[in-house]
Design a protein. Structure first.
Length: 245
């Protein structure tokens, strides 16, 4: 194996799928470790550094859900792509709630998966590029360069996708983004039908920010269109000036 190759942990119990996907990824120059059950996945993850995890949801020994949790307990940084069976809508939602960055529905073409993997690495690389940028909204501080956020002074961990989503919206307060734009900007590809994943990310983001969708402070739903970010009550704060409370 080339030591500078990106490493991928591939967790899939169906050998035919695992072998096909591994072959495609290998051809792309990635270093792939394939395992067939959840327990082995956790063990491999503890032994080696991986740059990305492809994780089937339905697995023997330990479910993909539990594996995802175990990985997220150790690090929030590694991108995770979940594999779910067709129609398991709730499972996709579960995947995002657990902190997966993307999902792909079976049956899928290995080509599409490879495209997702590439997009995921492009995003990770962009995130690593040095740039000093801090968006300060008072109770919410988004440190783009440090890839972290502070809510009321406390650091809150976001997944790569949640961070990208928040940063995208917050860079242009007041601008309405439709879901398809957000899919392209946040997930890095333009396949149709994945707009709903943005809703899941927004839901998670709101929970982490403590933002109430019925009475939002930052993230506003624009019905039938998408979302926008608002810098809260800057005018009020400046206008009164006299008291600080
Ligand atoms: Ca399976």
């Amino acid at each position: 194996m080339a030591s500078d190759a990106r490493s991928i942990l591939l967790v899939e119990d169906e050998k035919a799928i695992r072998d096909a996907v591994a072959a495609y990824l290998d051809r792309e120059g990635y270093w792939v470790v394939g395992v067939g059950d959840g327990q082995s996945a956790v063990e491999e993850f503890e032994k080696h550094h991986f740059d990305l995890v492809i994780l089937d949801l339905m697995l023997p020994k330990l479910s993909g859900e539990r594996v995802c949790r175990a990985i997220r307990d150790k690090t929030s940084a590694v991108p995770i792509i979940m594999l779910t069976a067709k129609g398991e809508v709730e499972d996709r939602i579960i995947g995002f709630e657990l902190g997966a960055d993307d999902y792909i529905v079976k049956p899928f073409s290995p080509r599409e998966l490879v495209a997702r993997v590439r997009a995921m690495f492009r995003r990770a690389q962009r995130a690593e590029e040095p740039q000093v940028e801090v968006l300060d909204f008072g109770d919410l501080v988004i440190d783009i360069s440090g890839h972290k956020i502070l809510v009321e002074g406390k650091q809150v961990d976001l997944t790569a996708s949640e961070f990208k989503l928040l940063a995208t919206l917050a860079r242009h307060p007041g601008r309405v983004y439709n879901r398809m734009e957000l899919v392209e900007k946040v997930l890095g590809y333009d396949f149709e039908g994945y707009e709903r994943t943005i809703d899941s990310h927004v839901k998670n983001l709101r929970a982490k920010l403590g933002d109430d969708p019925k009475n939002p402070k930052w993230l506003y739903t624009v019905h039938g269109v998408g979302y926008r970010f608002e810098a809260p009550a800057a005018d009020d704060a400046k206008g009164t000036g006299a008291s600080e409370g």
